[in-house]
Design a protein around this ligand. Structure first.
Ligand code: PMP
Length: 409
């Protein structure tokens, strides 16, 4: 694949034309949410101006056009993760809602005392709390795959977990949003299936950054969000294996998801509509499809390579700073996310001083409090990259950190 030209791609993002204190923002918070290219915004505007109506209902032509836009986005998203069928792709509000859907709709019916739910110690709360909650509601036990000091999963622990009951669900992320760890999900999925468990994958930090193939991973459910993939917020996707989705109870109930409703009894619609109650985020789904087209045109391999190069550069430069401690795995086994601490300075103060330099990073627990506890910190400062990130932005981060050290350290 041809290399990616980040300078050229930046022309698609109006936010980088904005000059504050003489320079554009060094946006190093794409793990939290990404910026939006004009191709996505233009598509949404066109949809609202020329194709908009509610979906799946109207017989008139405008409603048909709206439904075609929405369903075409579903086909795009399905192909993006190599789903065997577009009917297995459900539009949700987000990764969070997709994972809650599985935890509730699958978990409440399939978990009970003696069963074991397994997550990882570095899970985002979105793939941790719903499982912890549904386990406690059903009497199942809740266990985790521990990590080592570098933030990598200790798969040796799987042996012990297998002795603790009937493993029913294994839920892990492909890439850690706090440390950038790339988890060996294929191996974990194979192990889960040996136990007779289902494998649920949080791909929120993976699908925007590298090729994700649900069939190659061998998982049963996979979730990701549009807003981390150059698309609008308010929409995400859940892919699930058809037999599982068909056997599952609904999650949200109301319009659209029914076949027929009577005073005594309601029957449910076919896939994927059974899981899409109410008016969906229509234009957002269309924008999501346009975002998938955008990143696919840039090329997932090129994106992955570009982010890897920036991460190698950033780890090298940050590694030279004696007052900065880096968390997480070596660069060969991490995606474009770097969490760090500045000696003697609170992460929020680091982020505040960096903001004065026009460098946008995130400080906090990144919705991974069990991981923070394991690392022995309350919070970290985190820089994260995307297809538009530049080495110059890393230089500005490093210059900013020298200022942090001089003024607060
Ligand atoms: N999982 C991971 C790994 C994430 O990084 C995030 C977003 N920070 C989520 C889940 C939740 O995504 P959303 O807020 O879009 O629901």
């Amino acid at each position: 694949a041809p290399a990616l030209d980040a300078h050229r791609l930046r022309a698609d993002f109006a936010v980088f034309d904005e000059i504050v204190d003489g320079r554009p923002v060094a946006y190093l918070d794409s793990a939290s949410s990404t910026q939006k290219p004009r191709q996505v915004l233009d598509r949404m505007r066109h949809f609202y101006e020329h194709e908009y109506a509610n979906v799946h209902r109207g017989v008139y032509r405008l409603a048909e056009r709206a439904t075609e836009g929405y369903e075409s986005a579903r086909r795009t998203v399905a192909a993006f993760v190599n789903a065997p069928s577009e009917r297995e792709v459900i539009f949700t509000r987000s990764t969070t809602e997709a994972l809650n859907l599985v935890a509730y709709a699958w978990g409440l019916d399939n978990l009970g005392p003696g069963d074991v739910v397994v997550v990882s110690e570095l899970e985002h709360h979105a793939n941790f709390v719903p499982w912890q909650y549904v386990a406690s509601r059903t009497g199942a036990s809740f266990r985790h795959i521990p990590i080592d000091d570098a933030g990598e999963l200790q798969l040796e622990a799987l042996e012990t977990l297998a002795g603790e009951g009937t493993i029913k669900v294994v839920a892990t992320g492909l890439i850690s949003n706090s440390l950038g760890t790339i988890n060996p999900v294929e191996r974990i999925a194979a192990w889960a299936h040996e136990q007779g468990a289902i494998m649920v994958v949080d791909a929120a930090q993976a699908a925007p950054h590298r090729a994700v193939d649900v069939q190659a991973l061998g998982c049963d459910f996979l979730a990701f969000s549009s807003h981390k993939l150059c698309g609008p917020s308010g929409v995400g996707a859940l892919w699930g294996r058809r037999d599982l989705l068909e056997a599952m109870s609904p999650f949200n109930l109301g319009g659209e998801m029914i076949r027929s409703v009577g005073l005594d009894r309601t029957t449910f619609n076919e896939l994927p509509y059974k899981f899409e109650a109410g008016t969906p985020a229509i234009a957002e789904a269309v924008g999501f499809g346009a975002a998938v087209d955008y990143v696919s045109a840039v090329g997932l391999e090129a994106i992955e390579r570009h982010e890897h190069e920036i991460t190698v550069y950033a780890m090298g430069r940050l590694g030279e700073l004696g007052f900065v401690r880096l968390f997480g795995p070596p660069v060969e086994r991490r995606a474009g996310i770097i969490s760090f601490a500045v000696e003697g300075v609170h992460p929020h103060d680091v982020a505040q001083v960096l903001d004065w330099e026009g460098v946008a990073v995130r400080a906090g627990h990144h919705c991974t409090q069990p991981l923070m506890a394991r690392l022995g910190v309350a919070a970290t400062t985190r820089a994260s990259f995307y297809l538009y990130s530049l080495p110059e932005e890393v230089d500005r981060l490093v210059d900013g950190l020298h200022k942090v050290k001089r003024s607060l350290g």
